[in-house]
Design a protein around this ligand. Sequence first.
Ligand code: BTN
Length: 254
Amino acid sequence: PAVEYGLEAPFAVEFHDSLGSTNERARELAAEGATDTAVIAAEQTGGRGRLDRGWSSPRGGVWSSVLCRPAVPPSQVPVFTLAAAVAVTRAVREAGVRAEIKWPNDVLVPVDGEERKLCGILTEMEGEADRVSWVVVGIGVNLNVDEADLPPAADATSVRACRERAGQEDADVPRRLFVQRLLEAFHDLRGDPEAVLPAWREYASTLGRRVRVETPGGEVVGEAVDVTVPGTLVVETDDGTRRVTAGDCEHLRP
Ligand code: BTN
């Protein structure tokens, strides 16, 4: 294990004070032939989100990307994204905040009846149809971030803000320990659907809810009843059971 700055992590770890994007750095490492490496930055100046959006990455957050080379086809890679969501949820719960997962990989916390986002995950990969060459799982957690430093329109919050609202005296979460727990949990779960799915179901706020999912093939509305390998959402609609592999999911009021 890598022991750097007192961090005992199951991956080699590269720390940066400031980077454009940890995903970009992890992709560079992939091009150099590296594997099993986590890149962590104290701030990102060009953080990237899904759907070509930016990702606000002020100091206090945990901006990280894990590079690995699993022997799986691209179709199995969503399991890595679910594993990252479970790992973040577990680490955040250990910090005393009851985070939940919205399918597929949003880590949220209920605040005044609204769900606010604590984390974003951006998974990228390269390879052939039968086997990926590498996978980079980018995990951004709003840990000890001021809510004022987060984009207001994004319905975002931070772990520290949740601890403050709960009346915790010292609301800052020890960063090194949090990163260690996060990387350990991700390491133990990644690529193992047998381990990931039960944990995902336990933490999910989506299951049992009415949802609207915008999929590439149109809108699916109904009750979310399960998630199956490699991360497919099973929705009971008025027209029968639909299996959704990708899309933006909205929880509807009962
Ligand atoms: C989303 O749109 O929800 C995904 C956001 C992913 C952000 C993380 S922060 C660490 C890593 N580096 C990036 O540039 N993006 C990811």
